[in-house]
Design a protein around this ligand. Structure first.
Ligand code: DAT
Ligand code: MG
Length: 236
């Protein structure tokens, strides 16, 4: 199943439910009751369902009438699959950012963008753990000092989720050297030198996957539907 389908389907379900927001609890609980049956009855019929999603007539109105509620329930259940497919990135506020009292400032920037926090903890990493985190830099002259620094105090480790969060997270963070970071970025606004650039962010999908599993156990990663998602995402 393509991620495009999941995204379209999930968006459609969210849109459908938000249009019924007056009766939201009723709809959702009814939807949940119908879920198992809906899953069974729609399993094996996905190609037919996909054909409703003709991109040439893309519209949130493609599901109508009696099909609507079970389809929405089916798609809501699939939000778990959707959530599993949603991009995640590892973000850490380094000891300098924590000590300078910048935790709330930094979290605020990711939150107000619309990204979703799915894991967070304050840890003092050991030097060898820091070495694992920065393993790709082990040949650089600053590697030892960098690992000493990362393990020198509390680090706020987080996982953020959202469409494009890896790339856009890096944009929010700004260039590695704060002297070159644009104003408006975290490093541009809040840091001065490369050795104290306050924040780490994964630089690609593979790094994100590896860093998330280095810093977090699977059970520390939450899966939930954020209340704001139906407003942060949508197609017209
Ligand atoms: P980024 O943190 O933007 O992904 P990176 O992965 O190249 O940058 O380097 C990791 C960290 O190492 C960086 O945040 C700060 C430190 N660092 C990078 N280049 C450095 C340099 N030339 N001198 C000192 N520290 C440096
Ligand atoms: Mg990096």
């Amino acid at each position: 199943m393509s991620s495009h389908f999941y995204k379209s389907a999930s968006r459609a379900a969210r849109s459908l439910l938000s249009s019924a927001s007056k009766h939201r609890h009723h709809v959702v609980s009814e939807g949940r009751t119908a879920m198992a049956a809906a899953t069974v009855s729609y399993k094996g019929k996905l190609p037919a369902l996909v054909s409703f999603c003709d991109s040439s007539t893309t519209s949130n109105k493609w599901i109508t009438g009696a099909l609507a509620l079970p389809a929405a329930a089916y798609m809501l259940q699939d939000q778990e699959a959707y959530a599993a497919q949603m991009e995640r990135t590892f973000i850490a506020i380094k000891p300098d950012g924590v000590q300078r009292g910048l935790i709330s400032e930094i979290i605020h920037r990711f939150e107000r963008k619309g990204f979703k926090l799915v894991a967070i903890k304050l840890v003092v990493p050991s030097k060898s753990f820091a070495g694992k985190h920065y393993h790709d830099l082990k040949d650089r002259p600053f590697y030892n000092g960098l690992c000493n620094f990362l393990s020198s105090g509390p680090v706020l480790a987080m996982v953020w989720e959202g469409e494009g969060v890896i790339t856009y997270g890096r944009k929010l963070i700004g260039a590695t050297d704060p002297q070159k970071s644009e104003p408006g970025t975290i490093r541009g606004d809040l840091a001065i030198v490369v050795g104290r650039n306050i924040i780490h962010g994964s630089d690609g999908p593979e790094t994100a996957k590896n860093e998330i599993s280095l810093w977090f156990k699977p059970e520390e990663l939450t899966n939930y539907t954020s209340n704001q998602e139906k407003w942060a995402y949508g197609v017209n």
